[in-house]
Design a protein around this ligand. Structure first.
Ligand code: ZN
Length: 328
């Protein structure tokens, strides 16, 4: 059981559904904001450290309880993440926030744990071609790397959950279709390596709702409590439909990005995570609590725009405005 705020807590405190269920203030879905990592690594510009911190402050103020604030990768590969230690240091001062970072390997994990992060996420590609392009390792080599990261975590920071997002789980720009049996086998191998949660990522925006329903149903059946978040992109306009499909088969953790910022530098043509504002609107309108104040969330677009002038910022809900009488 995790001792840090965030995903596991939101899940374990979720009240059972149905009549007569005890009323709980814990959100019914857990939204993990990935913009400061997935978003910023995909744009041309570099946001200053001060602007990143202002943006993260605004996201936390809106009620987001988990933010992926950056990645521990060499600055020469991703100059946007060169200041990740400073960003983590700032994020750790925000009360109740689970500070998560992406690490590609043991070396990154070592630096992240030394910086005091609450949670690690590692990308493991379901597609061999994407794996080689993204981390220059085969899938099997990545599973070995996972074992090494888990051993390090167990030795140095046993309270820090390690999660995996299986990227290109729904299709790969380089390879094309990705076999669903392969995805499930790899998810089981990751769980076997000792990670706490394995989620599925539509890195390339190729997923559709029937596929999302099928794959998450299998993932949850095979992995039980270790089945993780839905990380879905809006590249072809199906982001929200796919989130709803995942929700319908029991998924309660979702990654999304403010303003739909994001993509993948090694998945050509892929852009745009699910827009956090639209995702929160959808769930709250359905009566599914997110813990996020939509008005404050929309206000968090200002520091994003100020820090990345000229970068397109997406979202239908912010464009349309909140319906009359809207209350979270
Ligand atoms: Zn993504």
């Amino acid at each position: 059981m995790s001792t840090v705020p965030g995903r596991s807590q939101a899940i374990s405190h979720r009240s059972p559904e149905g009549e007569g269920a005890p009323v709980s203030n814990a959100p019914q879905v857990h939204i993990s904001e990935v913009g400061p990592r997935d978003g910023l690594q995909s744009v041309q510009g570099v946001m200053s450290t001060a602007d990143k911190c202002r943006w993260i402050d605004a996201l936390a103020a809106a009620g987001l309880r988990e933010i992926e604030v950056g990645s521990f990768v060499p600055a020469k590969l991703l100059p946007q993440m060169a200041d990740v230690v400073d960003v983590v240091r700032h994020a750790l001062t925000l009360p109740g926030l689970c500070v998560m970072v992406l690490v590609p390997n043991r070396r990154g994990a070592q630096a992240a744990l030394a910086a005091g992060v609450h949670k690690l996420t590692l990308p493991v590609s379901a597609s061999e071609a994407h794996s080689l392009a993204n981390v220059r390792k085969t899938r099997e080599q990545m599973v070995e790397e996972l074992r090494s990261v888990v051993a390090l975590r167990n030795a140095e920071a046993p309270g820090v959950p390690v999660e995996v997002g299986l990227s290109t789980a729904f299709g790969c720009t380089l390879q094309g279709a990705v076999d669903e049996d392969d995805v499930i086998r790899l998810a089981l191998a990751c769980a076997d390596a000792g990670v706490d949660e394995v989620g599925l990522s539509d890195t390339t925006g190729m997923a559709h709702p029937a596929q999302v329903r099928r794959l998450f149903t299998r993932l949850r059946a095979e992995l039980g409590d270790h089945a993780g978040a839905a990380h879905l992109h809006n590249t072809r306009g199906l982001g929200l439909a796919n989130c709803l499909a995942a929700f319908d088969v029991g998924v309660r953790s979702f990654d999304s990005s403010l303003g739909g910022l994001g993509g993948c530098p090694y998945a050509p043509g892929a852009s745009g995570n699910v827009v956090t504002e639209d995702l929160v609107f959808m769930f709250e309108a359905m009566g599914v609590s997110t813990g996020v104040d939509l008005q404050k969330l929309i206000a968090a677009r200002e520091p994003l725009k100020a820090g990345l002038p000229g970068e397109p910022v997406y979202g239908m809900t912010p464009e349309a405005g909140l319906p009359k009488g809207w209350r979270t």
